[in-house]
Ligand binder design. Structure first.
Ligand SMILES: Cc1cc2nc3c(=O)[nH]c(=O)nc-3n(C[C@H](O)[C@H](O)[C@H](O)COP(=O)(O)O)c2cc1C
Length: 361
């Protein structure tokens, strides 16, 4: 890691995590070059759900909640970026402090609670973008909503003209009751309504935008069975596995570990990768899956692909590694492909599927 990044990291770590996050967004928004973009490698290209990704690494939701810097993120080397979670109305989220660093574990706990500026603000920013990069829109429900499913439907309709894909996020642990939408009957109702809205908009717009579902890593085997069955029955376009965990297993930092919220970063890698493989086994080889949770290097990104992911996302480890991380992961993937002597990263998918799927939860 460069001296610059270390100095930057130490200065940023002296600040409260949310202030540091705001500064990093401001730096990206300034348009000044932060890091050189990695060289394009045709072996890293992935065509999936009708989209052509230049490489398999994306920025996970939650960093750019209000669509302020999606293109600046692409310039860091990400092959795609996901904005949101956005809710129909702006909402403040939970009281501060609400993001905590677990430095020894290279983890993060957050209980933000979908703080965001609402649909209109994000829509205006996305509508002004002229580039052609892949930007996904992650949609959710307001905390005080009387009809949560209607909030997701509103999201599909509002962003249909600007989203390249949608993520229905039903797995944040910080909106009370939201994860209940993962239960079979509620999930069926949600997917039915969301896909009906998508199909309706598709007729008007003349093309189908893919819809993915983002799930928690805290699921039982039966819970995973139910989700897989509903996803296949409704013909959903893909899964994102996973969101943050409520588990605190194996943490060194026992002080911050007591904070309420979802845990992410290195401590969630094993759990999220295990659920990813278990879901890949359940849904079969054709359904697109994005693996997310604890990706910190080219090796861990490739491990997600070996466990069944088509694409990968990261967020928390960038807090520790800085803005050079996406470039490092992408160029590191090229080096790993040289070593593996394969012509496409796709050839490595599922090569450790059994290893990961057979792990106990
Ligand atoms: C501060 C913070 C805010 C997040 N906000 C969202 C969000 O709004 N929507 C969402 O789907 N996921 C959100 N996530 C979850 C991440 O997208 C990701 O699924 C999770 O952190 C695991 O990946 P990671 O270990 O690479 O961070 C958030 C994560 C963090 C750390």
């Amino acid at each position: 890691m460069s001296l610059f990044v270390w100095l930057g990291r130490n200065a940023l770590f002296a600040l409260d995590p949310e202030t540091a996050h705001g500064l990093s967004i401001a730096a990206l928004r300034s348009g000044l070059p932060v890091c050189p973009k990695p060289a394009a490698d045709p072996r890293l290209k992935i065509s999936l759900a009708g989209l052509d990704f230049p490489n398999p690494l994306g920025m996970a939701a939650g960093y750019d909640k209000n669509a302020e810097v999606p293109e600046a993120l692409l310039k860091l080397g990400f092959g795609f970026s996901e904005i949101g979670t956005v809710t129909p109305k702006a909402q403040p989220g939970n009281p501060r402090p609400r993001i905590f660093r677990l430095v020894e574990d290279e983890g993060v706990i957050n209980r933000l609670g979908f703080n965001n500026e609402g649909h209109e603000a994000a829509f205006r920013r996305l509508a002004a973008i002229r580039g052609n990069g892949i930007i996904g829109v992650n949609i959710g429900a307001n905390k005080d909503s009387l009809d949560r499913i209607a909030d997701y439907v509103t999201g599909i309709r509002r962003f249909y003209s600007v989203a390249r894909y949608f993520t229905a996020n039903i797995s944040s642990p910080n909106t009370p009751g939201l994860r209940d939408l993962q239960a079979r009957e509620s999930l069926s109702a949600l997917l039915g309504a969301v896909l009906a809205a998508r199909d309706d908009e598709a007729v008007r717009a003349g093309g189908k935008i893919p819809v993915l579902l983002k799930i928690a890593p805290d699921l039982t085997e039966e819970g995973m069975d139910d989700i897989a069955a509903e996803v296949l029955a409704h013909g959903l376009d893909g899964l994102i596995v996973s969101n943050t965990t409520l588990s605190r297993d194996g943490l060194k930092d026992q002080i911050q570990a007591k904070e309420a919220g979802g845990l992410s970063g290195k401590p969630v890698f094993e759990r999220s990768t295990t659920v990813l493989a278990k879901m890949r086994k359940r849904v079969g080889p054709a359904l697109p899956i994005i693996g997310v949770g604890g990706v910190s290097s080219a090796e861990t990104a490739l491990e997600k692909i070996r466990a069944g992911a088509d694409l990968v996302q990261l967020y928390s480890c960038m807090v520790y590694e800085g803005p050079g991380l996406p470039g490092k992961v992408v160029s590191g993937l090229s080096t790993l492909l040289d070593r593996e002597r394969v012509n496409s990263i796709r050839d490595l998918r599922d090569t450790k599927l059994d290893y990961w799927a057979d792990r106990p939860m």
